[in-house]
Design a protein around this ligand. Structure first.
Ligand code: CA
Length: 226
């Protein structure tokens, strides 16, 4: 059993989507839509990790977190709206372990949950192994990428993009597949954002180490080949 997770989120569509994905990954999941109920459940001590939305009826997420921290150090990942910088800062000040910006890609959320649980000393048996390609190593659990022994500084999005390509080695992934897996279920922007992020990855890895890791398949998408 990877762990018990409580989702406190009043947007039914998001809560349901996350619940399905987490159950699929083997987590035990409860959810509630109101800050007051959420706080009561979170204080029960039954959960290994809490996903906490900020804009909630009853009590807002920051207030839930502030009260919860009087009695509990359970890992909390805040779900914040795009660009709500103050919410992120306040959440971290109040003792949130991490935050993720909506809309998010499920792979990114799962990676952060694994990280949050690991920091809490929970069962780590189900952690993914390192993904290796030549001298490149991506550690899912540590959320780090190394080339030889050099740490490569990637943003969360670049990391998830590289992880997705490494997990699907030798399979050509189209731009729309990458958009869905890396940018999320309701991303509305331009598909060329994929090309832009591939360029970022190449500038941080290929250009620095003189390698050619991600191949372009013209008119289709991208692939990492053995
Ligand atoms: Ca909300």
């Amino acid at each position: 059993m990877p762990g018990r997770i409580l989702i406190i989120e009043d947007e039914e569509r998001i809560a349901r989507f996350v619940e399905l994905e987490l159950v699929h990954e083997g987590y035990e999941v409860d959810k509630c839509t109101d800050g007051r109920d959420g706080l009561e459940k979170a204080e029960s001590g039954k959960y290994d990790l809490i996903l906490l939305d900020i804009m909630l009826p009853g009590l807002n997420g920051l207030e839930v977190l502030r009260r919860l921290r009087r009695t509990s150090d359970v890992p909390v990942i805040m779900l914040t709206a795009r660009d709500a910088v103050m919410d992120k800062v306040s959440g971290l000040d109040l003792g949130a372990d991490d935050y993720i910006t909506k809309p998010f890609a499920i792979e990114e959320l799962l990676a952060r949950i694994r990280l949050g649980l690991r920091h809490n000393g929970a069962n780590t048996a189900q952690q993914a192994d390192d993904l290796v390609h030549g001298n490149l190593t991506l550690s899912v659990s540590r959320h780090e990428v190394h080339y030889d022994n050099n740490l490569i500084d990637l943003t969360a999005r670049e990391f998830t993009l590289l992880q997705t390509l490494l997990e699907n080695k030798n399979i050509v992934l189209s731009r729309s597949t990458l958009l869905e897996r890396v940018w999320g279920y309701d991303y509305m922007g331009e598909t060329n954002v994929v090309d832009v992020y591939i360029r970022y990855l190449r500038s941080k890895i290929d250009d620095v180490y003189g390698v050619h890791i991600i191949q372009t398949v013209r008119g289709v998408g991208y692939v990492i080949k053995d």
